[in-house]
Design a protein around this ligand. Structure first.
Ligand code: DAH
Length: 339
């Protein structure tokens, strides 16, 4: 009997070690240890064995069974490991591949230009302030010498929230807010978004930005205005920049002017950039109208001042030589990255 058991064990172990897949292994297990398996068959035939031999044979059978089970388990474990290793090899991760870079955007040309303008005026002692984009008619028009039937209201048609409240068409209303605070002197710069009922094209947008400037103090003259804005132009466009003031009309300044700068491309001789003019229009300005001062509670006999308004997009387009304003609003990162 012992020899038979040894034979069964040797054969089983040899089969198991050769076995390459789990289905086959299951078959082997059932063939030996299953209900109708070889080893089970021996246990069943115990009834034919002499009673005194039964314990000894029972022990051999159990030992054989335990040994076969141990080898089986090892084989199962090894197969599992092989399968896992093969799987890992198949889905290998190359840690040396470059990682996906997160897109972090880029500063907008408007923002870069605004920072430059703010830097220049802060250097001259100006304070940067803000006003509301949704504004009362009074601040946007009335207090700036533009009463109900003034033709300037046609040129600056806008979006009305109701008859009295509108989206501001200019940052000039911030002048009024600052003057009403009653703290003098004033040296302010007020950048912000403005709105007009305009169609979109290369030079127009229903929403754009302006930078307003206001200085109020005793003895402020047109010479202060010219000196300040000439210095601004030099800082922004280069030390050789010349300025020219052309008479103009704004309802809230008297006298009023538009300022041109000498073309920073050709130096003033005329080129494609300045359309042969040699000069580029840059801003509106003037001495604050006495009536505007009075309406905001400032005595025009004691105080005077000057104001100016610059289009931020205009500065950005010129400085970075962009020929279509719409590019500024498309937020295409490939465009923005160039500045
Ligand atoms: N607000 C004017 C506009 O939108 C620009 C302007 C002109 C502002 C002259 C001023 C100024 O402060 O003095 O056309």
């Amino acid at each position: 009997m012992k020899a038979k058991l040894d034979q069964i064990r040797e054969r089983a172990i040899a089969q198991i070690k050769e076995c390459e897949n789990t289905d086959k292994l299951n078959e082997i297990r059932v063939g030996i240890l299953g209900k109708k398996g070889e080893l089970t068959g021996i246990l069943k035939s115990m009834k034919d064995v002499a009673p005194e031999e039964r314990p000894q044979i029972g022990q051999w059978v159990n030992e054989t069974r335990a040994e076969i089970e141990k080898v089986l388990e090892e084989r199962y474990a090894k197969m599992e490991r092989l399968v896992r290793e093969a799987k890992l090899k198949a889905e290998v991760i190359d840690v040396t591949l470059p990682a996906k870079k997160p897109e972090i955007g880029h500063r907008h040309p408007n923002a870069i230009a605004l920072e430059e303008v703010e830097r220049i005026f802060i250097g001259m002692g100006y304070e940067v302030v803000e006003g509301p984009e949704v504004e009362k008619d009074y601040y946007n028009f009335e207090a700036l010498n533009i009463p109900a039937d003034h033709p300037a209201k046609d040129e600056q048609d806008t979006f009305y929230v109701n008859g009295d409240i509108l989206l501001r068409t200019q940052t000039s209303g911030v002048q009024v807010h600052e003057m009403e605070k009653g703290k003098l002197p004033i040296r302010m710069l007020a950048p912000g978004r403005v709105f007009r009922a305009d169609e979109v094209d290369a030079t127009h947008s229903p929403s754009f930005h302006q930078i307003e400037g206001l200085v109020i103090d005793k003895h402020i003259t047109f010479a202060d205005l010219k000196g300040t804005l000439a210095e601004f132009a030099k800082e922004l466009f280069g030390a050789d920049t010349k300025v020219k003031f052309r008479p103009h009309h704004f309802p809230f300044t008297e006298p009023s002017a538009e300022m041109d700068v000498s073309c920073f491309k050709c130096g003033g001789t005329g080129c494609r950039f300045c359309k042969g003019e040699g000069w580029i229009e840059i801003l509106g300005c003037g001495m604050v109208h006495p009536h505007v001062l009075e309406m905001s509670g400032i005595d025009p006999n004691e105080y005077s001042g000057f104001a100016f308004g610059v289009g931020l997009e205009r500065i950005a387009l010129l400085k970075y030589e962009i020929d279509d304003m719409r590019l500024l609003y498309e937020n295409d990162i490939r465009f923005l990255k160039q500045f």
